[in-house]
Design a protein around this ligand. Structure first.
Ligand code: GDP
Length: 463
């Protein structure tokens, strides 16, 4: 059995070329020290500037995090408007929507924390986060303590629209960046508002979006962002691998599946099937789309008859493992049956596996969420990836894996799109609802860092 051995890897690789801190005790979070055994080394190296920024962030978090004097003083200030900003400023991140949405908004909030020297704290009332991820920062915690004074009013109080900036600066501010956010919420992305927000000690993010691309369009952040990410489309890739370490329980789901089904294959292909239409479930035109995409892009061999197979047989047939993730079982069942019932034109052997069939979304059910995370992670370990366009579940897999996925277009009129899929120009998630007016609209048209998403042209992504 080809189970990876811990000792064969240099320490340098284990720490993802400086991305991760050396301070952690290995047993507390196996995924942090073992991920490099399962994932090929990234083609993208983090900049030295990013590495040093992360180390200073860790010191800041230790100095200001829960349990410190500074945290105590900052919470005592809450509710009192004042002109003086304390020594520490914070972001409180609130989990909303499915896990993929949560992850991309969490990574965006962390990027904002790095840019503005704030401490990122995670609201743990929807208890999933501690079941899913290890603590990412050494010697401290990112969980917002349950006795946080504003606990009952995080989502509604002191909304952006209600603030009169000409009077005192408020001690906290709730931001709302969801699919239905309004023009006044979008003012956050203006330079003027950033100057004001800088003085607010507590900023609360209610968001399910990847708003990082719009931060690139704020002039005062741009110089810093270019230094942090000289390869622009690596924001999610580096920050995701820095921040998101599955807990030991989720790591067990990942490694047991990997070792049993994927480790022996010569090549692995991930296929993530997300159906957004009504009705959802198994749809013939989606199945045809998957087949059309994987054959056209030569991700899977074509099927043939027994006679022609005898003449065309490759001398060294490969073992190809296909990891299908979907809420429904039928897509992988059909694929598996096809490659059993007929030979492949190349003689390659195609094995098809699907870890779970949950049938419907059950966010905040512990094991359901853990399986979802395990599957995103497993997809990110494959050599090549097909994802469903618009799905944040797929965005997480491609970003963590450092892969440019083939994305399936969202079908319209219950028919298979032609072409069925496209290769992503960058591995970054799409920000589906960016504020595209005023200075931000001008910036999108003139910048080289951000462009419209291929699958959703009102969205933008970092390239
Ligand atoms: P999105 O809706 O595709 O953008 O992705 P989200 O992750 O935000 O929400 C979908 C949720 O449905 C996931 O978090 C899971 O709870 C569930 N789900 C969807 N597809 C799958 C799948 O392939 N496997 C598993 N285990 N869960 C899934």
């Amino acid at each position: 059995i080809n189970v990876p051995k811990d000792s064969q890897k240099p320490r340098e690789d284990k720490l993802l070329r400086g991305l991760l801190s050396e301070e952690f005790n290995e047993g507390s979070c196996l995924s942090r020290c073992q991920s490099s055994l399962y994932r090929k080394p990234s083609r993208y190296e983090p900049s030295q500037y990013l590495v040093s920024k992360l180390r200073s962030y860790e010191m800041l978090h230790k100095r200001c995090g829960p349990g410190t004097e500074a945290y105590k003083r900052a919470t005592e200030q809450l509710g009192h408007d004042s002109r003086s900003v304390g020594e520490c400023r914070y972001i409180v991140w609130i989990a909303v929507s499915g896990l993929g949405n949560r992850i991309i908004s969490l990574v965006s909030a962390f990027l904002y924390a790095l840019l503005t020297e704030r401490v990122l704290l995670v609201d743990q009332r929807s208890t999933d986060i501690t079941h899913l991820f290890c603590e990412p920062f050494p010697g401290t915690s990112w969980s917002l303590p349950l006795d946080f004074p504003l606990m009952g009013q995080l989502d509604s109080s002191r909304c952006y629209r209600a603030i009169n900036w000409t009077r005192n600066i408020p001690s906290h501010l709730s931001l709302y960046f969801m699919h239905d956010y309004e023009d006044h919420d979008k003012m956050f992305f203006c330079e003027r508002d950033q100057n004001l927000i800088r003085q607010v000690p507590w900023v609360v993010f209610n968001s399910n979006k990847y708003f990082a691309p719009s931060l690139w369009l704020i002039p005062s952040f741009q110089t810093e962002l270019i230094k942090l990410f000289p390869e622009k489309d690596t924001v999610f890739h580096h920050l995701g691998r820095y921040l998101l370490h599955p807990t030991n329980q989720v790591w067990g789901l990942i490694t047991r599946f990997y070792n049993a089904y994927l480790s022996r294959a010569d090549e692995t292909l991930g296929v993530q099937v997300r159906v957004f239409s009504n009705p959802d479930g198994y749809l013939e035109h989606v199945m045809n789309q998957i087949l059309s995409c994987t054959q056209r892009e030569k991700l899977l061999p074509e099927l043939t008859t027994l006679e022609s197979q005898v003449t065309n047989k490759s001398t060294s047939p490969k073992l190809k493992a296909v990891l299908v993730t979907s809420l429904y079982p039928e897509y992988s069942e059909k694929l598996r049956a096809m490659y059993w019932e007929s030979p492949s034109s190349t003689g390659d052997m195609v094995q098809v596996y699907q870890p779970s069939q949950e049938m419907f979304q059950q966010t905040d059910e512990k094991l359901h969420d853990q399986k979802a995370l395990a599957e995103m992670y497993l997809l990110s370990l494959t050599d090549k990836l097909v994802t469903s366009g618009l799905s944040t579940f797929g965005y997480v897999a491609q970003g963590l894996g450092g892969l440019k996925a083939w994305m399936l277009y969202s079908p319209t009129n219950h028919s298979t799109p032609d072409p069925p899929c496209f290769k992503a120009v960058s591995m970054e998630p799409c920000f589906h609802r960016p504020p595209l007016y005023g200075s931000q609209a001008k910036a999108v048209n003139s910048t080289r860092f951000v462009r419209r998403c291929e699958e959703w042209t009102t969205g933008i992504k970092i390239v």
